[in-house]
Design a protein around this ligand. Structure first.
Ligand code: ADP
Length: 169
């Protein structure tokens, strides 16, 4: 009985850990898609060791874009930004891994590509702030909110990658 209890406990722990794996919402904006940068961007997250758990290509409505950017609704560029996000296909993704929210932001680089470091996605591939090709959640709360806005729970895929033991040891 003790063994059974122990085994059950271990299983519940594993499930809890799996449930708490960090996830972030990443979107390739219409400029990134039109410029043929989908695979380039995906490959940077993939090579780092992060795991893709959801992906789709969609043209968001303006109303949806406004929901996504609701935090910025008082900013002067809000309307143009929402028009732009809804102007064409967007590749919406959820990436998973230790520290993926913060490190995802590092991979992306500063909001203004003039200020993002070379080596970052925006630093290497974009020039102006209004066409900075990619979005990434800026913290744990927005990550949850954005994943839930863009994806239904059943669109997120739980799986074990064989590379994990080589990435995490
Ligand atoms: P980030 O995308 O780096 O999280 P913000 O949340 O501050 O940055 O802004 C959201 C998006 O709004 C930016 O990625 C950019 O496309 C656009 N944006 C931000 N500042 C400006 C600006 N001054 N002029 C035009 N567009 C802007």
């Amino acid at each position: 009985v003790d063994w059974e209890e122990g085994a059950l406990y271990m299983l519940q722990e594993q499930e809890a850990q799996a449930a708490e794996l960090e996830r972030t919402f990443i979107a390739i904006k219409p400029d990134g898609v039109q410029r043929g940068l989908i695979s380039e961007i995906i490959s940077r997250f993939e090579r780092k060791g992060f795991k893709l758990v959801a992906i789709k290509i969609v043209v968001p409505s303006k109303d949806f874009a406004q929901k996504h950017y609701h935090d910025l609704k008082t900013r002067p560029f809000f309307d143009g930004l929402c028009d732009f996000l809804s102007s064409g296909p967007v590749v919406a993704m959820v990436w998973e891994g230790e520290g993926v929210i913060k490190f995802g932001r590092k991979l992306i680089g500063a909001t203004d590509p003039q200020k993002s470091e070379p080596g970052t996605i925006r630093g290497d591939l974009a020039v102006v702030v209004g066409r900075n090709i990619i979005h990434g959640s800026d913290g744990p709360e927005t990550a949850k909110e954005e994943v839930n806005l863009w994806f239904k729970p059943e669109e997120l895929v739980n799986y074990t990658s064989n590379a994990e033991k080589w990435i995490y040891g």
